[in-house]
Design a protein around this ligand. Structure first.
Ligand SMILES: Cc1cc2nc3c(=O)[nH]c(=O)nc-3n(C[C@H](O)[C@H](O)[C@H](O)COP(=O)(O)OP(=O)(O)OC[C@H]3O[C@@H](n4cnc5c(N)ncnc54)[C@H](O)[C@@H]3O)c2cc1C
Length: 383
């Protein structure tokens, strides 16, 4: 077993860490307050090759491995969870899903723009009446010759309002449950496709979230992503990749919170000494350091399996479940160390705390991760 990063991975870590320190951390507060996504910074990341780190070179990426993919997500999570979220959706949920399931034509059309930071994609699975139970979706795709006619609504879709390509899941067979779902690639501007911005989110405020409405959206059969009836499997493979970068991003955010609290604890004097010398404060710091270390090991273990191209749903769910809960524990406890000062925008901890909440909710709630892990242990699905 080797816990060292190789030279290539270390170089990626340094480049992204420097970029985050210079371009992201100093501005994240302003993006959060103004609820704006920094498209100029994203494009710069594209030019530097950060976005396409784990995309093959033939599609304008750098062809690096899954550990490098996690490193980028962790470093972005350190500076701004909205940026990490955009990386997760564009690369893990969209580009890698097209890479796995798309035709060569589809890969050439969609992946390079996303890898270069010039195009955005979104993943439309969730609906008003179907979240955890995705197979209960109501959106339909009726065949009409060489075309499919899509109708329905999606909600909580990251990048709904700024995407160039939409991965849409809809029922081609209403009576076949999960086996009746098919995935489509829908281009921005297709008649009948409209979106609405979701406002007043508790966190990820710099990131676009929205609803999608499909009113007789006509899509050619060339835009099928994967075979008819295999959409549920397409959706689950996408989540295997996205949960991985969510987990890595949680490690980064928790590390940032710990670093802020450590610095503060050494400087804050109470009862005549730095609070860092108090045993109960050290306990909070020690537990956070251990939590982060365990999370990072789970992420890298999942990445190790992904690099070997073997089944890793169990290990990815373990990393996502643990890290999603862990970052909430750590940001909560690190706020405790800053006391009242943590409660205002003077320190970025309050944003990190708000941004962390989503990680037990999306890409499958913590309960859903537990059920997947439980099924892999018992061989008995609880769904
Ligand atoms: C900011 C944000 C961004 C998002 N981005 C996207 C996106 O890009 N694309 C997309 O498709 N979706 C997206 N989502 C949706 C997200 O994935 C769903 O919210 C999530 O899957 C949970 O679904 P739900 O909210 O409908 O909750 P529900 O499924 O209604 O769950 C409610 C509660 O019931 C529990 N529960 C449900 N079923 C079971 C069960 N069988 N056993 C035990 N407990 C259960 C859940 O764990 C949860 O606690 C996003 C959501 C948010 C908030």
């Amino acid at each position: 077993m080797n816990f060292d990063l190789n030279e290539e991975q270390l170089a990626v870590q340094k480049m992204v860490r420097d970029f985050v320190a210079n371009e992201i951390t100093p501005n994240a507060k302003e993006w959060d307050i103004n609820e704006t996504f920094p498209m100029d910074v994203w494009k710069k990341m594209g030019e530097l090759g950060i976005i396409g780190t784990s995309i093959p070179e033939e599609y304008e990426g750098s062809g690096m491995d899954f550990i490098s993919h996690a490193i980028v997500a962790e470093e972005l999570g350190y500076g701004c969870s909205s940026m990490r979220g955009t990386y997760s959706v564009n690369i893990s949920l969209v580009a890698k899903t097209i890479l796995l399931w798309g035709t060569e034509e589809q890969k050439k059309k969609y992946i390079p723009g996303i890898a270069l930071g010039e195009a955005f994609g979104c993943y439309g699975l969730t609906e008003p009446d179907s979240g955890s139970d995705a197979a209960a979706m109501k959106s339909t795709a009726e065949q009409d010759g060489d075309y499919y006619i899509l109708n329905g609504n999606k909600m909580w879709i990251t990048h709904a309002n700024q995407s160039d390509v939409f991965i849409i899941f809809a029922k081609t067979d209403k009576d076949a449950g999960a086996r009746g779902i098919t995935a489509f690639l829908v281009d921005k501007g297709t008649p009948g496709l409209s979106t609405l911005v979701t406002r007043e989110k508790i966190g990820l405020r710099a990131q676009d979230t929205g609803e999608i409405n499909m009113d007789n959206v006509r899509v050619h059969k060339d835009q099928l992503l994967g075979p008819v009836g295999r959409g549920f499997v397409v959706a689950m493979t996408a989540l295997d990749n996205a949960r991985y970068t969510v987990a890595a991003g949680c490690v980064g955010t928790a590390q940032a919170a710990l670093d802020i609290a450590k610095e503060y604890a050494k400087e804050r004097i109470q009862f005549g000494k730095p609070i860092a010398t108090k045993q109960l404060v050290q306990q909070l710091i020690a537990n956070a350091a251990l939590d982060i270390e365990m999370g990072r090991l789970l992420v890298h273990r999942a990445g190790f399996l992904k690099n070997k191209d073997v089944r890793n749903t169990r290990e990815t769910c373990m990393a996502k479940y643990f890290c999603g809960e862990m970052v909430n524990r750590v940001t909560y406890d690190m706020m405790q160390i800053l006391g009242g000062y943590s409660f205002s925008g003077e320190y970025p901890l309050e944003r990190m705390y708000r941004d962390s909440r989503i990680n037990t909710l999306y890409e499958g709630t913590s309960q859903i991760q537990q059920l997947i892990i439980g099924n892999s242990e018992l061989g008995m699905p609880a769904f």
